[in-house]
Design a protein around this ligand. Structure first.
Ligand code: COS
Length: 384
């Protein structure tokens, strides 16, 4: 594994950071307060290629290697986790899933639209009774002639209200358990498909979260993604990409916390000296610095495997588990270093603190990541 960035990767970081500081940061606080999903920022990101990720150019993507993809995601995460969540879902859960499992026709139809931001995508796996136990899908799809009729509800779906296309997981054969789950591509305009926006979240207040309601929603057989019964594997492989993106976004949060709190620790004086000269403050800065490097290395290790087209479930879960927990630690300590000044929404560390928490929950809780890691190491499944 090469630990040096290429010239191109360095330029991608510089370009993304400049974009984030000019186009995202100025409206982050306002969007957070008003819970406004910044659709126009997503359009701007698309114009400079930031929605194309590792999707090949022939489908309108940016053909990034996975380390560059992480770098972009880190920089957006350092600026605003709501925007980062939007692109994590768009690129990692939707585009890369269609790229891997879609027919040629589906790839040509949807990928250029998604990479150009003309379409927003969402990932409909979670249900009121199927969170960690993702195989326990209640949503059903029944075949009628050349159509499938989908009924059910999906909850906590990022991008859900704005999405033009949803990947929906449904039971097509309840008897078969996880092998009876099938994935479908459902367009927003399909009769029977509706959404309800969810507001009042602790963090990610500018990210669009919704409930999806499928009520006798009819789709053609050609809307199936992959084969009948492949849905659970599709969902798990999608999460290998989604969790990678969440982990990279958390690296961005840790970086942001370290940048702001170390600058403040040098400037802020108490007892006649900079607070950074006190050992208890240095303790927090040192832990943040080590967490940042460790989280990066775990992300890049997973990215290195992805670049080689190798399975990276274990490494991705390690990166997601460590980086999300470290982001919560970093944001907690950053507020501590700023004291009362960190407790106000005028200070970005306050938003880091609220935004970081969900990363230990969505796309598989820290507990689920630990069980995946433990099962891989021991060769013993934690679930029967
Ligand atoms: N890629 C491809 N296939 C995978 C896979 C992956 N990363 N992980 C598992 N699978 C396959 C397995 O190979 C197995 O298929 P076979 O029987 O053909 O070998 C099948 O899926 C079942 O795998 P497993 O038995 O490991 O699943 P479990 O039911 O034991 O555990 C967990 C599944 C709990 C790990 C899973 O349900 C999970 O990740 N839950 C969290 C869901 C989540 O993250 N939700 C967040 C909302 S989405 S934003």
């Amino acid at each position: 594994m090469d630990l040096d960035f290429t010239e191109e990767q360095r330029m991608i970081r510089e370009m993304t950071r400049k974009f984030a500081e000019e186009e995202i940061v100025p409206s982050s606080r306002r969007n957070d307060i008003t819970e406004n999903f910044p659709r126009e920022i997503i359009n701007k990101m698309a114009r400079v290629g930031l929605l194309g990720g590792p999707v090949p150019k022939e489908y309108g993507g940016s053909d990034l290697d996975y380390i560059s993809h992480a770098i972009v995601t880190e920089e957006i995460g350092r600026a605003d986790s709501s925007v980062r969540t939007t692109i994590s879902v768009q690129i990692s859960l939707v585009e890369l899933t269609i790229l891997r499992w879609g027919s040629e026709e589906q790839k040509k139809k949807y990928l250029p639209q998604l990479c150009s931001g003309r379409m927003i995508g969402c990932f409909g796996l979670t249900e009121p009774d199927a969170g960690s136990d993702a195989a326990n899908q209640s949503t059903s799809a029944k075949k009628e002639g050349s159509e499938w009729i989908i009924d059910g509800r999906k909850i906590w779906i990022s991008n859900g209200d704005f999405a033009d296309i949803a990947i929906i997981f449904a039971q097509t054969d309840k008897e078969k358990g996880y092998e009876g789950i099938t994935a479908f591509l459902v367009e927003k305009e399909t009769p029977g498909f509706s959404t309800r926006r969810i507001s009042g979240k602790l963090g990610l207040r500018a990210s669009d979260t919704a409930e999806l309601i499928l009520d006798g929603c009819r789709v053609l057989a050609g809307s199936m993604l992959g084969k009948e019964g492949e849905g659970f594997k599709i969902a798990m492989s999608a999460l290998d990409n989604g969790r990678y993106s969440v982990a990279a976004g958390c690296v961005g949060i840790i970086q942001g916390c370290l940048d702001l709190s170390s600058r403040y620790a040098r400037e802020r004086r108490q007892f006649g000296r900079p607070i950074g000269s006190f050992q208890l403050v240095q303790d927090m800065i040192a832990r943040m610095g080590v967490d940042l490097e460790a989280a990066k290395l775990l992300v890049y290790k997973a990215g290195h495997l992805k670049n080689k087209g190798l399975q990276s479930t274990l490494e991705t879960s390690m990166a997601k588990y460590f980086a999300s927990e470290a982001a919560v630690r970093a944001a907690t300590d950053a507020i501590q270093i700023f004291g009362a000044y960190g407790y106000s929404d005028e200070n970005p560390v306050e938003r880091y603190y609220r935004d970081a928490k969900v990363a230990t929950i969505y796309e598989g809780t820290s507990q689920i990541q630990k069980l995946i890691i433990g099962s891989h190491i021991l060769g013993i499944k934690a679930f029967t």
